[in-house]
Design a binder for this molecule. Structure first.
Ligand code: URA
Length: 205
């Protein structure tokens, strides 16, 4: 059974939060991997970045954004002059959700219930890191952060208030860049991602 009551307990550090996260999210849902992928980077960072959920490679390594989407993100961060290790990088959902096809594990988009289940952990991360700006990568991160369904094309690129001390900016998920079939289209989308990261970075003090 649960070792603490989510609603009344307040962790005092990201480490403490993550210890409990590992225990408390274990066994949730049918199609989740047993390994949590925790947030990493600087817990004092003015910039927090939120992805969707770990993928196959992230699950294997136990680190966020180390697969193909991570390569896109790393390149975009470098182009925007943001040092990855100086940010706090995490995901809305902390375990890899997949369906098995033979030996392969196929990524499944987290449901609204999954987002809600993991939302408490994300809110605690925001509270503990207290970033100036949060970059939400894609619709799942945006939904987890704002509690509302958002359309990326309509809501991307602007800095908006979240709390008194924290603002947020929504942009496309780096995996979206990968799904565009032609190189020219990919380059355009990549540039937009870099521009959004620059906007966010300029806002961080
Ligand atoms: N995609 C995400 O949203 N997060 C990761 O950590 C990796 C891929």
């Amino acid at each position: 059974g649960p070792v603490f009551e989510k609603r009344t307990w307040e962790p005092s550090s990201v480490n403490e939060l993550n210890e409990k996260l590992t225990l408390q999210t274990n066994g949730y849902g049918e199609n989740f991997s047993s390994r949590p992928v925790l947030g990493e980077g600087s817990v004092r960072s003015p910039i927090m970045i939120i992805g969707e959920q770990p993928g196959e490679e992230e699950d294997r390594q136990g680190r966020p954004f180390v697969g193909p989407a991570g390569e896109i993100l790393d390149r975009a961060l470098a182009q925007a002059d943001i040092e990855r290790r100086n940010t706090y990088l995490t995901n809305a959902v902390k375990r890899f959700k997949f369906v098995k096809r033979g030996k392969r594990r196929i990524h499944q988009t987290p449901s609204l219930a999954d987002i809600k289940h993991y939302r408490w952990w994300l809110e605690q991360e925001v509270r503990l890191v207290r970033p100036d700006i949060i970059i939400a990568l894609g619709a799942t991160a945006a939904r987890a952060l704002t509690g509302k369904a958002v359309t990326i094309t309509r809501s991307r690129g602007s800095v908006l208030p979240l709390t008194e001390e924290t603002h947020f900016l929504i942009t496309a998920h780096p995996a979206y860049v990968l799904r565009i079939p032609d190189t020219a289209g990919q380059n355009i989308e990549h540039e937009k991602l870099v521009r959004d990261l620059q906007t966010a970075s300029a806002f961080a003090v």
